[in-house]
Ligand binder design. Sequence first.
Ligand SMILES: Nc1nc2c(ncn2[C@@H]2O[C@H](COP(=O)(O)OP(=O)(O)OP(=O)(O)O)[C@@H](O)[C@H]2O)c(=O)[nH]1
Ligand SMILES: [Mg+2]
Length: 454
Amino acid sequence: MPSSSSFAFKDRRSRKRRRTHVSTLIYFCSLWTFLSLTHASFLPTSPVHHFIHHQRNPILLYTSVEPEETTYFSPNVPLGHRHNIRNSTTSSSSSSEDEYSFFDQTTVTVQAGSGGQGASTYKRTKGGQQGPPDGGNGGRGGHVVILADASMNTLASLQRRFVRAENGQDGAYSFQSGKSGTNAVIRVPLGTVVHEVLEDGEQRRMGRLSVPQEELVVALGGVGGEGSGVTANTRGVIRPRNPPTKGERKVLELTLELIADVALVGVPNAGKSTLLAAVTRAQPKIANYPFTTVVPNLGVWNPPSPGRGLILCDVPGLIEGAARGVGLGHAFLRHVDRCHVILHLVDATSNDPIADYEMLNREMVAYGTGQLARMPQVVVVNKMDAYEEGSGEKWEEGLRVKFTREELEQRLKEVMPHARLLWMSAKEKEGVDDLMGRLAAFVQKVKDSTSDTK
Ligand SMILES: Nc1nc2c(ncn2[C@@H]2O[C@H](COP(=O)(O)OP(=O)(O)OP(=O)(O)O)[C@@H](O)[C@H]2O)c(=O)[nH]1
Ligand SMILES: [Mg+2]
């Protein structure tokens, strides 16, 4: 039988335990209320939390339990996930913008470095007295230099719109001249022409970079200030008389001029890039959709036996209205203009190869002063493998030929100014060597005749 004192002890103990429980409960309830008001998103979802959070920051609203079906951009997608989606769409949209802009012309502002200050110091003699002036000259400001880089083929990488060279360092005591500022180097592809844009909007040609590693100084750095020091050439001055000068600042327009022997011209998907890849080491993008090429690609074809090679320019596909600028036609036709010979590729599997051929010639005649119309043209029908026997697989791939080979040849010759028509398959590399051999001889003839007439 428990004693009365032990009963009293137990009673006190159980009351104490109850009190502890109640105070713990009160503590958790108040903590709950506090957290729900301040950090609602960390807590399990309840309509109250939703409401509070929604009011404060609807963008950050998401449930702690991910909904079964998440829709992109829904506020219910966890934040990290949503960020990924956003990033990927932003980057893809910007890259597609990049792809469809034509980077052969850009404007850049350059600022050469200013000269450093000349020092105005005096030699300290043993007794702490001031000796003769010993200030060094300020360093020269860095120049802005344009450098021809053979590994580049567009101005696309020139994202910086403002280029600044380093300032020269200041001179110091004991005849220490300041270090010259480092030059700023702008790398551009070969064939870049540099113009200075003057204040009245007029342009002054500064030069063209055509040899690898060629340099063009476009903005001169400022001259360093004169120091006070006595040297063999200067008598020493109490205060430097010639202050440093500022570096030049210029607005430059850079234009990429591609000069090739042969321009590969054709409607989108004709196989121009396939031909370039087949005969040169260039690796243009090739795909079965129009406008795969958006920037002209250059490639060098080397003949099998030693001789003169050919520079080929794969011009992006041209469409109706190109001469008026449709589909960046102006920019592309400008490159055709600078070549010696046009290689006109006709796609045998097009819906209407003859209409394509005539349309392209119309555009070339309409472009500029009509000089493209006078440019010699070699016509070649591509994708002749589509006619080959057993071309069943090709039909499955969706290649269709509207006319037989003879019909197409006859119809083309009816609209062509001459009867020299070549056939090839750029993909299967059939007829390609023959074409290139003839082309090289023809280009040489054209070059010889133009140099004769000059
Ligand atoms: N069967 C066959 N397909 C070819 C031939 N030449 C090119 N193609 C295909 O035609 C499609 C277009 O080729 P591209 O070389 O990208 O055409 P492109 O003229 O450069 O096209 P754009 O850059 O859009 O102007 C690709 O799927 C090639 O594989 C060929 O001789 N035979
Ligand atoms: Mg192409």
